[in-house]
Unconditional design. Structure first.
Lengths: 320, 176
């Protein structure tokens, strides 16, 4: 097979169509926000400390003999104030973000966000909300649960940001781990540095001929209803694979590859390539790969690959 | 803590321009989306640092584009220096996104067209940026040279050398 270099026009057109996924958006903004906050804090630390000390000294001199002010009256006069005891907390679009303390947790509502307090925790109605949840370690402590439009999020003690839009949303975890519960009972863990989006996109399970022996650890959605096949976008899948590999998220890479492999319309060579990548991702993840390599060998007996696959098979049999 | 006005301006700028900045960075990424996302992150952090001195009524895109090109070039040159240093000490050099695929796996891709941006990813930093600016961003040789900080004559040499390298790799991409 011969290959040619893509023309500049083709590449320009392809690159112009490239867009960030929702997950990439959520992760990127969370990183920018965190770094900007840290830099902002560093930049203003010294001047703020000096100014704060001066203001505190002046206030101490001026306020000591006077009567204490009434905070409730101040709150009533501030149209942007958020009452932590209210059933529904909201920050208007024209107001700045507000952080409130509720039962030892911090809820930071960005502009336009709305959260309802419910018995189990919170329900994000819309907008972006960052939760800093204290660890639930004492006897009798109940897990903090956040409801969103398409799932529930169970928290033990962590920091995470939820963005709820009309059609769906996303969560990005900064510290700790959360557990997403989908309406069909499936659960998905999201750890620090990772994100998840809803509604859920379910990868299709791999065909029988190429199913690996222990997919449960990598494909939490296996066994869930099979989605309808969509057009194959091998380029996008391989691009995503590069990202997952660079972040060492091999379990997700296996799920992605199996989903892509289950699509219709793939050529034999493309199927071989995807199956080969599944084997590599299983190996990188430390998962059993022998059964996969054996099936791969049987399915794709190209002479060019046979020696390589035999080598892989021998190596994994030695390891397992 | 961020000042509230700064935060809202940064967020508004992110919402408006993040896809554009990502698109610019992706053109020099050699097919590595994660790298393009990292550079987009760097650009918005630079924006955050420069908010007090920027005229926010003006269109931010030209400024963001210039910063994006600078950040991409800086990072590519950092990687090159690191590779050279590792080479001096006898370590295997880092691989680019294209080399990472390896000839075996590049073949298995079974694409009859090799992505041009991935091929550019195998070139040295300045050549990669120059061709990216000229072929993906539509810059003239003179403007591309100014953006990456070389003379027109030097840019012309880089251009010629890069095309020759691509031609050689074109032969390599074919059937082994």
């Amino acid at each position: 097979m011969s290959q040619r270099l893509e023309s500049a026009d083709e590449a320009r057109e392809r690159l112009a169509r490239a867009r960030m996924t929702e997950r990439e958006h959520a992760e990127l903004w969370a990183r920018i926000e965190d770094d900007a906050r840290q830099r902002g804090a560093r930049r203003w630390l010294l001047p703020a400390a000096i100014a704060g000390a001066a203001v505190a000294a002046a206030l101490a001199l001026w306020l000591v003999p006077s009567e204490p002010a009434a905070p409730a009256a101040e709150r009533a006069s501030d149209p942007c104030a958020v009452d932590p005891s209210a059933r529904t907390l909201r920050v208007a679009e024209r107001c700045e973000a507000k952080a409130v303390q509720i039962d030892g947790d911090e809820w930071r509502l960005e502009q336009g966000a709305e959260v309802a307090r419910v018995e189990s925790g919170a329900r994000v109605e819309r907008g972006r909300v960052r939760f800093t949840v204290r660890p639930r370690k004492q006897p009798g402590d109940r897990a903090f649960i956040v409801a969103v439009s398409h799932a529930q999020i169970r928290v033990i003690g962590t920091v995470f940001t939820i963005e709820q839009r009309a059609e769906g949303g996303s969560v990005h975890v900064t510290e700790g781990t959360i557990e997403l519960s989908w309406p069909d009972g499936a659960k998905q863990r999201v750890s620090a540095g990772e994100s998840a989006t809803w509604p859920r996109v379910q990868p299709a399970p791999a065909p029988e001929a190429l199913a690996a022996p222990a997919p449960e650890a990598h494909a939490p959605d296996a066994g869930a209803r099979r989605p309808t096949a969509r057009a194959v976008d091998l380029d996008a899948a391989l691009d995503r694979l590069l990202v997952l590999r660079s972040q060492k998220r091999f379990g997700e890479a296996v799920t992605l590859l199996r989903g892509t492999l289950a699509q219709k319309g793939l050529s034999a060579t493309q199927r071989e390539r995807l199956s080969y990548e599944i084997g590599l991702a299983l190996e990188a993840d430390g998962a059993p790969s022998c059964a996969h390599w054996a099936k791969h060998g049987r399915a794709f007996m190209s002479p060019r690959r046979t020696a390589l696959v035999q080598k892989k098979l021998k190596a994994c049999q030695r390891d397992e | 803590m961020l000042t509230p006005p700064g935060q809202s301006v940064l967020e508004a700028a992110y919402r408006k321009h993040s896809e554009y900045v990502f698109g610019v960075c992706l053109k020099f990424a050699g097919g590595d989306r994660a790298w393009a996302l990292d550079r987009a992150h760097d650009v918005f952090i630079r924006l955050h640092d420069n908010l007090p001195s920027l005229r926010l009524d003006d269109d931010l895109r030209p400024w963001l584009r210039k910063v994006a090109v600078n950040e991409c070039l800086l990072d590519l040159r950092r990687s090159e220096r690191r590779r050279r240093l590792l080479g001096l000490f006898g370590f295997a050099p880092e691989t680019s996104a294209m080399n990472d695929l390896g000839p075996e796996r590049a073949h298995e891709l079974s694409r009859d067209v090799v992505a041009l941006d991935r091929a550019l990813g195998t070139l040295p930093a300045k050549e990669r940026m120059l061709l990216g600016l000229m072929y993906f961003e539509g810059e003239s040789l003179t403007d591309a040279a100014a953006l990456i900080g070389v003379s027109k004559g030097q840019a012309s040499k880089l251009h010629k050398r890069a095309l020759e390298a691509l031609r050689q790799r074109g032969a390599w991409e074919g059937e082994p």
